[in-house]
Design a protein around this ligand. Sequence first.
Ligand SMILES: O=C(O)[C@H](O)C(=O)CO
Ligand SMILES: [Mg+2]
Length: 266
Amino acid sequence: MIKLAANLSMLFTEHEFLDRFSAAAEVGFKGVEYLFPYAFEAQDIRQRLDAHGLKQVLFNLPPGDWDAGERGLASLPGREQEFRDSVEVALRYAEALDCPRLHAMAGLLPEDADDAVYRRHHASYIDNLRYAAEACASAGRTLLIEPINGRDMPGFFLQTQQQARDIVREVGVDSLKVQFDLYHCQIVQGDLMHEMEAQYPQIGHVQIAGVPERHEPDRGEVNYPQLLEHLEGLGYRGWVGCEYRPRAGTVAGLGWASAYGIGGRT
Ligand SMILES: O=C(O)[C@H](O)C(=O)CO
Ligand SMILES: [Mg+2]
């Protein structure tokens, strides 16, 4: 059965962050993900996970200066030491939270990037991902890269599924996998069933949201029940992150999730 994880950066935002864990557990979630844990002491998060029987399934490496518009460090030339330091911070939190997956956001290309700039970003990306994937492998964890659409994140370095496959192959470290976000894939290229099958061997995590509004997955362009059934038929037994902004209240919008054991008060 598909295992849904609550994305606490988007769901249950009716509550303060540390109170979202109990809110998610209350409606049946067994796994949680979010953008970043770093504003909190790891033990404060760990206490919530343990108190509510939740697994920490994913979070992101530090992204650089998020408030200044940065969206990851992995492909940024000249920021290699900062990226390596971010890997160490993320691995410390992953150890404390027993989190098996870490997402390294690629970062943004300058608007006027020419081929030479693109190649420098690509070279930094490959070197940084190799370093991080080897560090994750040593810690028994998986490093993820995620194609993100250029409408939500203009200039994001990694946007297509084929680009992600090529980069995973070029890095050549088994612990590097793809975070397959079906919302982004539909916006960038569509053809979701085909892309799912092509990506399946290197899928390390899946995320979903309704397209184009990024609300609940029960509205919009994508037939998620059929896609998730197909994903399970391929043999995927990982988590599916619910990374969407509820239309009118998190719990009120969970009707679609009852098919996956979520939504009833526990
Ligand atoms: O936005 C997304 O889809 C990613 O999953 C993310 O973690 C960065 O925002
Ligand atoms: Mg995502």
